[in-house]
Ligand binder design. Structure first.
Ligand SMILES: Cc1cc2nc3c(=O)[nH]c(=O)nc-3n(C[C@H](O)[C@H](O)[C@H](O)COP(=O)(O)OP(=O)(O)OC[C@H]3O[C@@H](n4cnc5c(N)ncnc54)[C@H](O)[C@@H]3O)c2cc1C
Length: 292
């Protein structure tokens, strides 16, 4: 299949790109790595009248830190994030997750901003951004705003971004002392989209009790899901087997309403959530204890 005809623009700066998006409105789409958009256009699931190619805009591709936050430019390639030492130190959950996304060839082109803007409920990065309590910075010709990850994903392939806005940066709070993390997913073959995935980030207090627990699930609904009841069942508790079991039950039985589809039944997805939540919590708490 070939895409429907479209106009093609290749700006060199962010300002030029924003001006083009403002001019063409909802008919235009930004092109990042093209790993989701181009197949969708070839199948004519997407028929934008204009593409604004972001690939020549160097100012959107960076990894920086000011000590308190890790900042990623929207056009930073997934593979660059995977291999970066600052990311591994300050947001190890991200480093652990990256190899689960597709294959190296796709991660070489795919961008961090493209994955988040695409908002596939089976994608890893949206759930990981929820677990990391990240903020997503979006910009148009008139203003810049920062959206908490929890408010960014609004439905199936939908976000809080408006036409004309670009996701320019992702800000992730740096890892705290006494914190641990883990990511696990199940897919039929490595690199396939996951049947279910779970990301966890926990922080202990000085007594070893759970101070913060963030759990985010993918492939269990029309968007990434924060396991609210599981999180609150852990807060203030010592991370015992019983406490973890209670959190797994809350996540699987109360926090999700998973779909049945050709890949997995709802019942099977609940069981995967139960098992994977247990595994990520055990690992995350063990890592937090060793970071005391
Ligand atoms: C075979 C295959 C397997 C894959 N498996 C996985 C997987 O297991 N897990 C996973 O998460 N992903 C998977 N992907 C998708 C891959 O991660 C994509 O790279 C990603 O979803 C989109 O990133 P991109 O940079 O290619 O964006 P593009 O395809 O260029 O764009 C995607 C969408 O986001 C918009 N967009 C892009 N950048 C911005 C921006 N900065 N601001 C605003 N809007 C923007 C575009 O207009 C478009 O609507 C797979 C892809 C393929 C082809």
């Amino acid at each position: 299949m070939k895409p429907a005809p479209f106009a093609y623009f290749r700006p060199h700066t962010l300002d030029e790109a924003l001006a083009l998006l403002a001019e063409h409105g909802a008919d235009a789409k930004p092109l990042a790595g093209g790993q989701s958009l181009i197949p969708a256009m070839n199948f004519r699931l997407a028929t934008p009248a204009a593409l604004v190619d972001l690939n020549l805009i160097g100012e959107l591709s960076y990894i920086r830190t000011d000590g308190e936050t890790l900042q990623l430019g929207g056009m930073t390639r997934q593979r660059t994030v995977e291999q970066n030492e600052s990311v591994a130190r300050l947001a190890p959950l991200l480093t652990e997750t990256m190899p689960s996304i597709a294959h190296p060839a796709i991660r070489n082109r795919g961008t961090i901003g493209g994955s988040l803007a695409h908002a596939d409920p089976a994608a890893e990065l949206p759930a990981v951004m929820l677990a990391l309590d990240a903020s997503l910075v979006v910009q148009n010709t008139r203003r810049q705003r920062s959206i908490p990850a929890g408010d960014f994903f609004s439905g199936l392939f939908s976000t809080a971004m408006e036409p004309g806005e670009l996701l320019t940066a992702i800000r992730i709070p740096s890892r705290q002392p006494r914190s641990g993390f883990a990511f696990r997913e199940i897919s039929r073959r490595h690199g396939d989209f996951a049947l279910v995935g779970v990301a966890a980030a926990v922080t202990l207090d000085a007594t070893g009790a759970c101070r913060v627990a963030r759990l985010a699930l993918l492939s269990v609904g029309d968007r990434p899901v924060v396991a609210e009841q599981a999180q609150s069942s852990l807060r203030g508790q010592m991370p015992t087997v019983e406490a973890m079991e209670a959190a797994c039950a809350a996540a699987a039985d109360h926090d999700i309403d998973p779909p049945s589809d050709i890949h997995a039944s709802a019942r099977y997805r609940r069981q995967l959530v139960r098992v994977l939540t247990r595994r990520v919590l055990e690992t995350a708490f063990a890592r937090a204890r060793s970071a005391l």
